[in-house]
Write a protein that binds this ligand. Structure first.
Ligand SMILES: Cc1cc2nc3c(=O)[nH]c(=O)nc-3n(C[C@H](O)[C@H](O)[C@H](O)COP(=O)(O)OP(=O)(O)OC[C@H]3O[C@@H](n4cnc5c(N)ncnc54)[C@H](O)[C@@H]3O)c2cc1C
Length: 395
């Protein structure tokens, strides 16, 4: 057995014990306690630098852990944005003080993070954002609104992008800040989605003071910081897919089909084989990207390929589940409750982290080298653009 196989074997043994007593639907406190145990056992931040609280190991150990973790339902979803996006952004662009202050509590689940990018008038075109930050004494004062913010109700901190120079073209004049979500000027309102739950929220910022040392990546240089976060987001969504079993996956759907005695039907088998093949191709691409990362080749814009494929695969799995299992599968209770939820959640995969159309644009521009989409507003001062509420007011 190689060292990596031995590492994976130990991780699996640890996960079996650690997940044994967990309830079916762990609450926030139980999720935090689990994350602290995961960290203390050395399985959180496996590849992150030791000086900030990580384990300093290689992508091979990370992958061995993920392979083992795939067979367990880990209550780590609420930490996903911190671990997949905010933490890596801070490691890339944060000051020494920021890294020392925030990384360890993030890895241990003591502090939860959210990503405050999208606004009512700025989603795919997030550079059109209108939330403002103006200098205020030694720091900044933030006013505006964000929307679709996942885990904002649970979050302690958020990475927010705001406009700091409206006279500059829209991609310049933006700054990224670390915002304390417990500040009295921050109001979080849940938004109900079609799963019946409230995964995301709208957030209002009224005179929220942010100290100067909470800027990430330089004043007016927030677009570069945001791109860093988004690259991490796509890779983390795409490559994180192996972490836990999806109910509308081949394993989940074929199990339910077998339980119902449907797998003797040739048409059902045909659909299941199609799902299996797509999943296998996706897993192999994922494994290849992980090996490239290990060899020092960053996925860069190719993270959009894996994010797009995961969205397609998720929607395809949902279609196959609905076709084979029939109308029962939309019921929000009984044996198919997890599947029902997965079906309602599936369309969101084609939107969150950038829509399928935007992923295709990025792949065209940056991976395939096709001509870029025309951008007539690229050099126009933001103040003069008719975007968001500026459309109506002309201001
Ligand atoms: C599950 C989920 C979780 C999310 N979590 C977060 C979060 O934590 N933080 C956060 O900041 N945001 C979050 N979002 C928001 C997400 O990033 C946006 O929904 C997304 O970027 C799309 O923006 P929009 O909804 O404003 O749609 P729009 O940008 O208005 O797009 C509408 C439609 O037009 C298409 N379109 C737009 N521009 C183009 C173009 N140039 N070329 C071709 N087609 C185009 C889009 O593909 C889409 O079909 C989340 C969304 C979802 C669904």
């Amino acid at each position: 057995m190689t060292d990596i196989e031995e590492y994976g074997r130990r991780a699996r043994a640890w996960l079996e014990t650690a997940t044994a007593g967990l309830p079916g639907e762990p609450g926030l406190q139980q999720a935090r306690e689990f994350m602290a145990r995961l960290y203390d056992a050395g399985y959180s931040g496996i590849t992150w630098p030791e000086e900030y609280g990580g384990q300093g190991l290689s992508v091979a150990e990370e992958r061995a852990f993920q392979q083992a973790a795939k067979d367990f339902a880990l209550p780590v979803g609420v930490f996903g944005i911190g671990l997949g996006m905010c933490g890596p952004t801070l490691l890339s662009l944060g000051t020494e003080e920021q890294k020392r202050r925030y990384i360890r509590p993030l890895l241990r689940g003591e502090e939860i993070w959210c990503q405050l990018f999208s606004e009512p008038g700025a989603g795919s075109d997030v550079a059109s954002l209108q939330t403002r930050a103006v200098p205020d004494g030694d720091g900044w004062l933030i006013n505006g609104q964000k929307v679709w913010t996942s885990v904002a109700r649970q979050a302690d901190y958020g990475l927010l992008i705001a406009r700091t120079d409206p006279d500059a073209p829209k991609h310049r004049g933006i700054t990224m800040f670390i915002v304390d979500m417990h500040h009295p000027g921050v109001t979080v309102r849940p938004l109900r989605d079609m799963t019946g739950e409230s995964h995301f929220n709208e957030i209002f910022f009224d005179d929220v003071e942010v100290p100067a040392d909470q800027v990430v990546g330089g004043v007016h240089d927030g677009w570069n910081a945001a791109v860093t976060t988004l690259l991490h987001e796509r890779v983390s969504i795409g490559m994180g897919a192996t972490r836990t079993e999806r109910p509308a996956s081949f394993a989940g759907v074929s199990r339910r089909a077998a339980e119902r005695g449907l797998t003797a039907d040739a048409a059902v088998r045909d659909r299941l084989v199609d799902l299996y093949l797509r999943e296998r191709a996706f897993d192999l691409l994922n494994a290849r990207m992980a090996q490239e990362v290990k060899a020092g080749i960053a996925p860069g814009a190719r993270g959009s390929v894996i994010k797009l494929l995961l969205a397609d695969l998720t929607l395809f799995g949902a279609d196959v589940a609905a076709e084979i299992l029939g109308p029962d599968v939309v019921a929000h209770d009984g044996a198919d409750a997890a599947l029902a939820r997965a079906l309602s959640w599936a369309p969101g995969m084609a939107l969150g982290g950038g829509t399928n159309e935007i992923m295709r644009n990025i792949i065209g521009d940056r991976v395939l080298g096709l001509p870029r989409e025309p951008q007539v507003d690229r050099d126009v001062p933001f103040r003069e653009l008719r975007v968001g509420t500026q459309k109506e007011t002309g201001k």
